[in-house]
Write a protein that binds this ligand. Structure first.
Ligand code: NDP
Ligand code: 8X3
Length: 249
């Protein structure tokens, strides 16, 4: 049994991973800002889930996180840096600066602060797994992806650079980079609560599901300690990259 801390467990991938990890026999520290959702998850999944309200952008809370946990839950075997969001899809010159700041604060700053809070104990034990949730948006550009894609490119390179520091230790780091995934609140959040616009994103396609991401994370965690999956890029079969955009005058 491992103790797995998930950021952003109130919906989407995070909630699906919590369900999957408990089914796999692990204990889950489920975090996020919406405590009612976390309490619901704990009611559903039982004592294997410890709900804990946590906003990853509150640096002081993140730094004090371990002391806030009950003593028998402070050894974090697996950290899932999942909390994140895209805000807006307008061209860069029309984008809201506030949206950009929030994506940077959550997807980059929140993720690195979480990592810095948990990594020392993994190094001290010479054991641990960190799974970061990146995106194909960090690898391939698309119109309106500007800062969101930039934050996920950061997550990819930060993950690889962590591996460089950790080489020779039994601490694994993986960047899971999904394409289109339905069944989460991602697009509702991106379009600031415009549910109709969000639903259109998945019209006529079968996207990946949060359970597909949970399956992938479950597999990564189950691998032998000497085996590191550096990056894993996944898309539904309806999606592919390219072609280059060529605008003719
Ligand atoms: P959801 O919107 O359903 O989930 C996002 C989660 O992040 C929520 O639980 C939310 O919880 C949490 N969160 C947001 N801001 C904060 C914060 N400041 N502090 C703590 N938690 C926060 O979307 P997904 O499940 O789809 O997204 C999960 C991750 O996957 C994100 O990093 C996203 O960028 C990435 N991703 C999504 C894809 C998709 O197509 N859906 C594809 C590729 C990557 P709460 O609001 O309660 O705090
Ligand atoms: C989410 C996938 O293609 O909407 O990271 O950016 S995409």
């Amino acid at each position: 049994m491992k103790t797995i801390l998930i950021t952003g467990a109130t919906s989407g991938f995070g909630a699906a991973m919590a369900r999957r990890f408990v089914a796999d026999g692990h204990r889950v520290i489920a975090t996020g800002r919406r405590l009612d959702r976390l309490a619901g998850l704990a009611r559903e999944l039982g004592p294997a889930v410890l709900p804990m309200q946590l906003d990853v952008t509150h640096s002081a809370t993140v730094a004090a996180l371990l002391e806030m946990l009950p003593p028998d839950c402070r050894q974090i075997d697996v950290l899932i840096n999942n909390a994140g969001l895209a805000l807006g899809l307008s061209p860069a010159w029309e984008a809201e600066l506030d949206d950009w700041d929030k994506m940077i604060a959550t997807n980059i700053r929140g993720l690195i602060h979480m990592t810095r809070a948990i990594l020392p104990q993994m190094v001290a034990r010479n054991d641990g797994v960190i799974i970061n949730i990146g995106s194909v948006a960090g690898e391939y550009p698309y119109p309106g992806g500007h800062v969101y894609g930039g934050t996920k490119a950061f997550v990819q390179q930060f993950s690889l650079n962590l591996r460089a520091d950790l080489a020779g230790r039994n601490i694994r780091v993986t960047d899971i980079e999904p394409g289109m995934v339905g069944g989460s609140e991602f697009s509702q959040v991106r379009f600031h609560g415009d549910d109709a616009r969000a639903a259109k994103v998945y019209e006529g396609i079968t996207p990946l599901s949060p359970e597909d991401i949970a399956e992938t994370a479950s597999w990564i965690i189950s691998l032998p300690r000497h085996m590191n999956i550096n990056r894993i890029e996944m898309m539904p079969t309806c999606q592919a990259a390219g072609p280059f955009a060529v605008k003719r005058g």
